[in-house]
Design a protein around this ligand. Structure first.
Ligand code: F6P
Length: 554
């Protein structure tokens, strides 16, 4: 496997960085009236404008060479062929099979997985139709009005984000809720006002062993039983499981007929396309869910077949490499100018940071270069009134992604035009900035003494040259949303391939989980074991406090 830093294109990019260090994007726009045409593409109904990036033709050429020299092409083929590219867990990575809308078979261990995928989709359709047509009745004969998805990480973030993003497509008489946190406040607040007789729980967990999900599922089961006179038979009408672990589902007491299966080749953060998306299908109907799959499939085909120079996820990934490894960026902001996309940054946080937050390469050696950036963001325009100050005038370079729909789902006065105007203005301001002369000119009418004028003009100067991508689409439909998510999934793939890391395991979440398992009994009174002095004192502090508040003497 190749360390990217030794590749000729990496070395050339390092030199090229110095070549353009003093260039400003506003000059490039002034010199080249075709810059937008040159650096924008359309895919699956999405306009991707990347002209406001610190790149020239030469930069993009070198970045494409880097992708070629890194063996990206072979890595893409290996994923679509079902090779076990998640080599630490010895697993294929085939979320693309879940949205394969073609007749092409996809093989894992000599078996075509597509028949099983279609079978689960059929089962999801039958189930969602029953619930949505009010034919599936709860234990006391009433139709389901509320669905509570219990899951965490990929078994929560993806479905939650999509369900909220597609709110305009929901069926009015079916409410979808999400419970993730083991903090009991999450479950308690969600169940307030719900009726046991009309509530359905979806327990979504790939492993069906996740501590938080299992604790929430047990408490939800107790809540249900308390409302139906302890009648265990009610569980079959009110609990459904989505998992790869049939044995654990049965042990929990959920009827295997109420289990929706998926497979170990679906990573948690890529699982919304599987039966983990059942809450989405219940919200928007199975046709809507399949539209979402279709949107992702269009992007998969684009990613698989388009030359790198016109391949949107490849370009997204390469731009990120440029900023992270050559221009010193440490984070990347996701800024949807779309209230329904408010959970999009959170979903991308798990997708990107759990995938590429790694410091060991495919050979198990420590990497000598930066890998995945910190992903963060908020919907516009809210962020403009908090952290945008830093984006415009701070000392950090933060590449930004703006996302917006040209049409709204609603029509309320000028709201949507105001939203769009702000979105386009922020990207322009980041790129263009404001020079000292321009700042002075704006202040000219105030007739200020020179000292004050100089101070104010310096404060009102914006360096500009701050990069952003713009994603514009007509309206946020299920299909467009599917495409957007797939673009980011493949971007993460591209970067992982170039950084020569495994984007598909998540060993970094294990140590904390392990320690929590040993601290739990200690908090509950067991002898405190081997810990550092700080952790030990904190455990004892919690124990003392609990004893005191329980009215016992210490
Ligand atoms: O803790 C990390 C993680 O394993 C994620 O990768 C996963 O999405 C989440 O936990 C939930 O896991 P599960 O679906 O097995 O409950």
């Amino acid at each position: 496997m190749t360390q990217p830093t030794v590749l000729p294109a990496w070395q050339a990019l390092d030199d090229h960085r110095l070549e353009i260090a003093d260039s400003h994007m506003r000059d490039w726009f002034a010199q080249d009236s075709d810059r937008f045409q040159h650096f924008s593409l359309k895919v699956a109904g999405i306009l991707f404008d990347y002209s406001k990036n610190r790149v020239t033709d030469k930069t993009m050429g070198l970045l494409s060479q880097l992708a070629e020299q890194s063996g990206l092409r072979g890595r893409i083929e290996a994923m679509f062929n079902g090779d076990k590219i998640n080599h630490t867990e010895d697993r294929a990575v085939l979320h693309v099979a879940l949205r394969n809308r073609s007749d092409r078979p996809i093989w894992v261990d000599g078996q075509d997985v597509m028949p099983q995928v279609r079978q689960v989709l059929d089962k999801m359709r039958q189930f969602t139709d029953l619930i949505r047509s009010r034919k599936w009745l709860g234990y006391s004969g009433q139709a389901i009005t509320d669905v509570v998805n219990i899951g965490i990480g990929g078994s929560d973030l993806g479905p939650r984000m999509v369900t909220r993003a597609l709110t305009p497509y929901h069926k009015d008489d079916l409410r979808i809720h999400y419970v993730a946190n083991v903090d009991e406040a999450d479950l308690i607040e969600t169940l307030k006002g719900l009726n046991q007789e009309t509530t359905l729980f979806l327990v979504a967990s790939k492993t069906f062993t996740t501590q938080e999900t299992m604790a929430n599922a047990r408490s939800a089961r107790d809540w249900l039983l308390a409302g139906v006179g302890g009648e265990e038979r009610a569980i079959a009408r009110h609990f459904v499981a989505i998992s790869t672990n049939r044995h654990a589902v049965q042990a929990f007491g959920i009827d295997p007929d109420n289990m929706f299966e998926f497979w170990d080749w679906v990573g948690g953060r890529y699982s919304l396309w599987s039966a983990v998306g059942l809450s989405i299908a219940l919200a928007v109907g199975m046709d809507g869910f399949e539209e979402l799959l279709h949107g992702a499939f269009e992007v998969d085909e684009h990613f698989r077949t388009t030359p790198f120079s016109r391949n949107v996820p490849v370009i997204m990934g390469l731009l990120g490499i440029w900023y992270t490894n050559f221009l010193g960026a440490m984070s990347h902001a996701i800024l949807p100018y779309h209230q329904y996309l408010r959970h999009f940054p959170e979903h991308l946080q798990q997708l990107d940071m759990e995938s590429n937050g790694k410091s060991v390469d495919l050979d198990g050696c420590r990497v000598g270069y930066q890998t995945g950036p910190v992903i963060w963001g908020q919907p516009g325009t809210n962020g403009q009134h908090s952290f945008f100050q830093l984006l415009h005038q701070g000392t950090h370079l933060v590449p930004c992604d703006f996302l917006a729909s040209v049409q709204s789902h609603h029509q309320l006065g000028e709201h949507h035009q105001i939203l769009l105007a702000n979105c386009l203005a922020q990207a322009e301001a980041l790129m263009r900035g404001r020079t000292m002369d321009e700042a002075r000119e704006e202040l000219a009418d105030l007739d200020l003494p020179e000292e004050r004028l100089a101070l104010l003009a310096a404060s009102k100067t914006f360096p500009g040259n701050r990069p952003s991508n713009m994603f514009l689409f007509e309206r946020l439909t299920p299909k467009i949303l599917g495409s957007l998510i797939a673009l980011y999934e493949h971007k993460v793939f591209v970067q992982g391939a170039i950084w020569n890391i495994n984007s598909f395991d998540q060993m970094g979440v294990e140590l904390g989980k392990q320690l929590a398992r040993s601290i739990l009994p200690e908090l509950e009174g067991a002898e405190v074991g081997q810990h550092d002095a700080s952790t030990r004192a904190l455990i004892e502090f919690c124990r003392d406090w609990e004893r005191c508040s329980a009215g016992k003497t210490t």
